[in-house]
Design a protein around this ligand. Structure first.
Ligand SMILES: Cc1ncc(COP(=O)(O)O)c(C=O)c1O
Length: 495
């Protein structure tokens, strides 16, 4: 009875698990992403809740075998997926430690070192933006904007937080009296390619999803600035209250980065909050060489960056930063009689600056990874993945079968079969090609639409992916195209 084990049992179970994880990590460079299509099962488990437990080692072995042998392997080097990385090993260890210590990051009183680590990690990221997170009593370096920020469960929560900050900043009465107290309808702007967490947040904040004006994009899948200005002026003339522009730094579909410098000028002209959704792409700030990819990010009022995307962290780790730090407390602070307090605390309790209350320590994994590998390891990761994506782009450009369907900014590629004029035909081909490439389970790509056009999508997201993984993907794409293309297409020399 009870949940504890003897020290020896704990040790044995721990080693048993770490051996499995170790073997698993060794397999990742050429591991299949999943089972072949005809062996995958998506049914529900139907076992009754156990009244009495079973032998722990047996249960652990059972679940490991099932998840490893039959699971879907996001960490595989052959996963050219959505924005989900291979976690760093230090992060895996950090997660175990966090679970064991279970620090309660809602308040400083119950998470002293943990809160300090979280705060320091936010400060490190902010410094790469070019901002400064102030430590009590120090003077701020000249030319640096003061900022603050907090960890979130991911980009969705970070974007929600940013919009809540913008709303609280422009309509302070709405914090207590709700959006009904605003005497005109607030509206905001993002590109048609922006992430759908924004629509969700507009709905949840009581603004209504229609209040997010999804502005058309240019041929590079970046927000069309002229159309944006047109829409803002139209809204003002119609009596709406524009309050926020969201720039995307790394769209989910194509990795497009909006022109943040221009958007900042537009935001200033119309007195709007500028949020940069850099859930994926903002990580380019970790590279000196490629920082220009997100030029102007320091001009933002708030930034979303998700370490669980390009920074190789396991779920969950998002961050919201803001150069209007006082807004965090204004939007989220609340007084309670029961939360423990520290007199003259140097750090603010997290529950007062966040949509979360009880909170997990999501920062340790990044902090430990940085301590063990250093910032330069990220610089190398970013440089390397961009280089691999460029190689893949060159291969597509030289291919007899495929062509690029959008420019490549970040390590994301959109491409499609050449010379297909009908969108319906292109979509049907893309479905068939994704099916053919992923059928045997060895690798994973996806499809989506960009600027309304159906495209194949791959990205380099695992730090383990290398040229040989790319070559296998190229072969699989050529074979898939051969399989699905109408013989009349006549591919003579498929590269
Ligand atoms: C650009 C962008 N923003 C926000 C999100 C949401 O992030 P999360 O899934 O971490 O909540 C995503 C997810 O892929 C994204 O691509």
């Amino acid at each position: 009875m009870g949940f504890d084990f003897t020290p020896e049992e704990r040790r044995q179970l721990g080693y048993r698990l770490i051996d499995r994880i170790n073997t698993y990590f060794s397999s990742l460079p050429d591991r299949d992403v999943q089972l072949p299509a005809d062996e995958r099962t998506f049914g529900q488990l139907r076992d009754a809740m156990p009244e009495l437990g079973e032998e722990a080692g047996h249960v652990l072995d059972d679940v490991c075998s099932e998840m490893i042998d039959n699971g879907f392997h996001v960490p595989s080097a052959n996963y050219f997926g959505l924005m989900n990385p291979t976690p760093t090993y230090m992060a895996v260890l950090a997660e175990a430690l966090v679970s064991a210590l279970n620090p309660q990051l809602a308040t400083l009183a119950r998470s002293q070192l943990a809160s300090k680590i979280e705060s320091e990690t936010v400060r490190w990221i902010a410094e790469r933006v070019g901002w400064h997170k102030k430590i009590n009593g120090e003077t701020v370096p000249a030319g640096r904007r003061i900022c603050d920020g907090t960890f979130t469960s991911g980009g969705n929560e970070a974007n929600f937080t940013a919009l809540a900050l913008a709303l609280a900043s422009y309509f302070p009465a709405s914090i207590d009296d709700g959006v009904a107290s605003i005497n005109a309808r607030p509206v905001g702007y993002s590109s048609a390619e922006s992430h759908h967490s924004l629509d969700k947040s507009f709905g949840l904040l009581g603004l209504g999803r229609k209040a997010l004006r999804r502005t058309p994009v240019d041929e590079q899948a970046r927000i069309d600035l002229a159309k944006l200005i047109e829409q803002i002026e139209k809204d003002i003339a119609a009596g709406f209250r524009p309050f926020v522009i969201v720039a995307t730094a790394g769209t989910t579909n194509s990795g497009a980065v909006d022109d943040i410098v221009e958007l900042s000028a537009i935001a200033k002209k119309y007195n709007l909050w500028l949020h940069v959704d850099g859930a994926y792409g903002a990580a380019a700030i970790f590279s000196d060489k490629h920082r220009d990819l997100v030029r102007g990010i320091e001009l933002a009022d708030s930034i979303t960056i998700d370490p669980h995307k390009w920074l190789a962290m396991p779920f969950a780790a998002g961050v919201i930063l803001t150069s209007q730090p006082e807004m965090l407390e204004r939007a989220f602070a609340i007084a309670t009689p029961y939360m423990p307090k520290i007199a003259n605390a140097p750090l603010i309790d997290n529950f007062k600056v966040s949509a979360q209350w009880s909170r997990r320590m999501n920062s340790l994994k990044l902090w430990l990874t940085l301590r063990v590998h250093g910032r330069q390891a990220y610089e190398q990761l970013i440089d390397r993945q961009l280089e691999l994506a460029k190689k893949m782009a060159t291969w597509v450009e030289q291919s007899d079968i495929f062509e690029l369907a959008a420019p490549q900014f970040l390590p994301i590629l959109n491409f499609r079969v050449k010379g297909i004029s009908s969108e319906d035909e292109s979509e049907a081909l893309n479905i068939a090609i994704v099916d053919a490439v992923t059928r045997d389970g060895k690798m994973w790509i996806s499809r989506t639409t960009v600027g309304g056009r159906s495209v194949l999508r791959m990205m380099v997201i695992s730090y383990l992916s290398n040229e040989s993984n790319l070559e296998s993907l190229q072969k699989a794409l050529v074979n898939a195209a051969r399989e699905v293309l109408h013989p009349a297409q006549q591919i003579h020399t498929a590269r």
